[in-house]
Design a protein around this ligand. Sequence first.
Ligand code: FES
Length: 82
Amino acid sequence: MVTIEICIGSSCYVRGANKVVECVNAWIEQFEWEQQVKVKGAFCMGLCSQGLGVKINGQPISGLGLHNMETILLPLIRQALV
Ligand code: FES
């Protein structure tokens, strides 16, 4: 099971954290990851200065923004699933 924590703290929220949640949920449906990927909301992870706060299996992702979700986050989720 891959756990994705998505920060919904105020700084991330105003920068589009809800879009991250929507995007990840859409991938879960598209790729049929329902049994393999769990999404959790989280409060501030102290990652605000590095981009949107997201962790995969406890590992922080740096430099994440709405513009690079498909090039950074999607490959990391796929990698975690292997
Ligand atoms: S508010 Fe999201 S990491 Fe700080």
